[in-house]
Ligand binder design. Structure first.
Ligand SMILES: C[S@@+](CC[C@H](N)C(=O)[O-])C[C@H]1O[C@@H](n2cnc3c(N)ncnc32)[C@H](O)[C@@H]1O
Length: 448
């Protein structure tokens, strides 16, 4: 501990930490890039690894670029702003390839070049901000990495420009109403979060104020004031989260102004998005992702497709136009309702949506003798439970199209699918999250 040394950095992790392996011992140096020699001080020593604080660059990588965001490094959002976008794409391709090598034991993984984003800034259609500051001086921002320490952020460079002025106005109005940020320790105050959404196709805005208590007599006045200043605001909600949890939203909500949903378009699809439904946060790259699913999945007009984790049905509905029938399974009731409504609105009659846990619904289908020509899965970061993999294989599809937001769980699941007779054919990484270490992939597995 405290030792100061020079480290040669070999790779960068998804968390944006440089990794040095001198003498076989792993040292993470946050902020260092592959190929760099850095002076760093060891600040954490564990049995298998250490973490060191970057003091000086002895030789800088040509990938290095000054991070434009003033709170970069303090806010918990971005981890790769100090690398050029071209370098970020190289690193992300390597994350996917390395995970498949290490965790699926595929020496030469069939990874196609990553689809980078045309616009690596201001791409997010949604942000969840935290209320902080003090009574009378409420501000919005984000949590610092891995903690609940408040970092005020005036303008997040991943979010649309109007979010900065909308959040600032909301804070101003709340301060004028004497509404303070909620203080967990003292159990005082009112406002926990501000969630903002934008439809890129139509420019519509939605705001959700998450409060610690239900009583909000100024609610409608708050919404009216904001809408007067932001006519694009079509929907203002209050959500009540009385409990201290990591879930932003509580169960209870009230529409303060306007419509319940935001209108968005993905390709040819018109979507209604409620305030709590999952929509890929990068609208433009979501289209790129779905095009890749369509192209690599090699769907046929006579195909029966089963999609697990279908959300508000955007991918299922995208595919429904190319195949005979799509059946989606999703665990959130509102999302299933949205998906059915979206099917109706788009005049799509060959897509059906089922409420339930995919790992329970798929086995029931298999037991009932149901088959699928292609299974599509798009699970959360933790990937697929083993029973889901078993059930997907039991539908005996000719292919499984796996849309993943986590290369590590993708690689683990690819190895498990192999035990059920499905081999990895191809993977296409798609960058949905520029400036961060996250990477999305479309993997196609075929029956051997
Ligand atoms: C990554 S999102 C995919 C959404 C959709 N395919 C899309 O592209 O917009 C994952 C979805 O899985 C749902 N989910 C999580 N666990 C589930 C489970 N056990 N069974 C079914 N759906 C689940 C979540 O509610 C979420 O909508």
């Amino acid at each position: 501990m405290g030792e100061e040394r020079t480290f040669s950095v070999e790779t960068v992790t998804q968390e944006g930490e440089g990794l040095s392996r001198g003498d076989g011992f792993v040292v993470f140096v946050p902020g260092a890039l592959p190929g760099e020699r850095v002076r760093a001080r060891v600040v954490q020593l564990k049995r298998d690894y250490a973490r060191a604080e970057l003091l000086a660059l002895e030789s800088a990588s040509p990938d290095r670029t000054p991070p434009p965001c003033p709170v970069y490094g303090r806010c918990g959002g971005c981890t790769l702003q100090h690398a050029t976008y071209e370098a970020q794409l190289r690193y992300k391709e390597a994350f996917v390839r390395d995970a498949l090598r290490r965790l699926a034991q595929i020496p030469e993984p069939p990874v196609l070049p990553i689809c980078g984003a045309k616009e690596p800034w201001r791409y997010r259609n949604k942000v969840q901000m935290v209320a902080g500051g003090s009574p009378g001086a409420l501000r919005v921002g984000y949590y610092a990495r891995g903690t609940h320490a408040f970092v005020p952020v005036d303008d997040c460079l991943l979010a649309p420009e109007e979010f900065a002025s909308l959040a600032a106005e909301a804070a101003k109005i709340l301060n004028a109403f004497g509404l303070a940020p909620y203080d967990e320790a003292r159990r005082t105050g009112f406002v926990r979060h501000l969630v903002l959404r934008k439809s890129f196709a139509y420019g519509e805005l939605m705001l959700v104020l998450v409060t610690a208590r239900r009583e909000f007599p100024q609610g409608q006045a708050f919404a009216r004031e904001l809408v007067r200043r932001f006519p694009a605001l079509v929907s203002v909600w209050q959500n009540v989260q009385p409990r201290p949890t990591n879930f932003v939203f509580g169960d209870e909500a009230r529409l303060l102004y306007g419509r319940e949903t935001l209108r968005e378009r993905l390709g040819e699809l018109e979507l209604d998005v409620t305030y709590r439904s999952f929509l890929q946060v990068n609208t433009r790259q979501a289209e790129v992702l779905y095009r890749e699913v369509e192209a690599l999945g090699e769907f046929r007009p006579e195909d029966e497709v089963a999609e697990a984790y279908s959300g508000i049905g955007s991918l299922s509905l995208w595919l429904a136009r190319k195949v005979r029938r799509v059946s989606g399974v999703e665990v959130v009731a509102e999302a299933v309702r949205d998906a059915r409504e979206n099917a109706r609105k788009n005049g799509i009659a060959n897509a059906e949506f089922h409420l339930g846990r995919a790992e329970e619904v798929f086995p029931r289908w298999a037991e009932a003798g149901r088959r699928a020509d292609v299974v599509v899965v798009n699970p959360p970061r933790k990937g697929l439970p083993p029973e889901m993999i078993r059930a997907a294989a039991a539908l005996s599809p000719r292919a499984v199209v796996y849309v993943s937001c986590n290369p590590a769980t993708l690689a683990r699941d690819v190895a498990r699918f192999r035990e059920h007779g499905y081999d990895l054919q191809v993977v296409r990484p798609v960058d949905l999250f520029p400036q961060t270490g996250h990477v999305e992939s479309v993997a196609v597995l075929r029956r051997a």
